[in-house]
Design a protein around this ligand. Structure first.
Ligand code: PEP
Ligand code: MN
Length: 345
């Protein structure tokens, strides 16, 4: 439930509403807005009788949030959430954000040189896994903490922000020391202890849709993070399991406008995992931007044929440059633009 205060409400009026919500046995969260303050009631698992709140001074309206994902919903917040990173990248506004990099961090040379090329091409966020969720236990599992250190080095050298995955709850704080955005991978979308722990860091979280997750399940997983007091969540459509063998996954671009209508959170698309095929990445990147994606997460490798993971879906650097040109035109056609190229550090 949301209690909307009139614009003349004083701090004491807001306080009184919060106290009454607590007396009723629920949690209260003040949401200051440009015009007026709203107070969210959380902790209920069904409809709450709001009559006591309706009668309090300066209460304008009591809105019942009908969706099970409350704080994530558009009912809770009508304006889109914009997440600003330390390097100035804004995710969820007019700008389309480019996040790019190799699937895995492999060496200092690989990640730092890649980061330079990507920054010059227009990316503002560097991706790269240090802890890799691999289908086979015998496949390359990532460089671990050393990989995180190399990502920090690449950020210092280039000014790019870093997004990297936290695979298990115990490592969340270590990942948070090196990441601007903590990635929760598709396989972990419903790992609730991991979501809670990542949420508590207060860092932006990139939450990838599970292989067989519905949009509602994705939004409820995001709710776990918001329930920890962290509303900096970026959703990611990365494809769901389909029945056709021609692509690795079925990139569900419908999820983009659907999420935008249901939620105020930004959503980016990952056409690399969404297709699994290098030649299909750019067409689907174009389609994702046309569908309204707030950004792209793209795998790029300096030498894809020698990549330690996901080489088949990784672009060559020159292909990423072409992708940027093309999606820039599409962004403009729908009244958006690409985030400006970072100045050399
Ligand atoms: C990745 O981004 O490299 C990754 C492992 O993605 P996903 O969790 O979507 O499979
Ligand atoms: Mn990958």
């Amino acid at each position: 439930m949301l209690v909307v205060m009139s614009h003349t409400a004083s701090e004491a009026d807001v306080r009184r509403v919060i106290d009454v919500i607590r007396e009723m046995g629920y949690e209260a969260r003040a949401i200051p807005g440009k015009q007026r303050t709203a107070i969210g009631l959380i902790g209920n698992d069904g409809k709450v009788d709001g009559s006591r709140l309706e009668g309090l001074p300066e209460v304008l309206q009591v809105i019942h949030v009908t969706q099970p994902y409350k704080q994530v919903s558009r009912e809770w917040r009508t304006e889109p959430t914009v997440i600003e990173l330390e390097n100035g990248t804004r995710i969820g506004g007019d700008e389309v954000v480019l996040m790019a990099g190799p699937c895995s961090v492999e060496s200092e040379h690989q990640i730092v040189e890649m980061a330079r090329v990507l920054r010059d091409a227009g990316a503002t966020v560097l991706r790269g896994g240090a802890f890799k969720p691999r289908t086979s236990p015998y496949a390359f599992q990532g460089l671990g903490v050393h990989g995180l250190e190399l990502l920090s080095l690449a950020r210092r050298e280039t000014g790019l922000a870093v997004v990297t995955e936290a695979l298990e709850p115990e490592m969340v704080e270590t990942v948070a020391e090196h990441a601007d955005i903590i990635q929760i991978g598709a396989r972990n979308m419903q790992n609730y202890p991991l979501l809670r722990r990542a949420g508590r860091t207060g860092k932006p979280i990139l939450l990838k849709r599970g292989l067989a997750a519905t949009i509602k399940e994705l939004l409820l997983s995001a709710e776990y993070i918001l329930a920890e007091g962290n509303d900096k969540v970026i959703l990611c459509e990365r494809g769901v399991r389909g029945f056709d063998q021609h692509t690795r996954n079925l990139l569900d671009l419908t999820a983009i406008p659907v999420v935008h209508s249901l939620s105020h959170l930004p959503i980016v698309a990952d056409p690399s995992h969404g297709t699994g095929l290098r030649a299909k990445v750019t067409p689907m990147a174009r389609a994702a931007v046309a569908a309204g994606a707030d950004g792209l997460l793209v795998e790029v490798h300096p030498d894809p044929d020698r990549a330690l993971s996901d080489g088949a879906q990784s672009l060559h650097p020159y292909q990423f440059e072409e992708l940027v040109q093309q999606v820039g035109i599409i962004a403009q056609a729908i009244g958006r633009r690409l985030a400006p190229v970072l100045q050399r550090a």
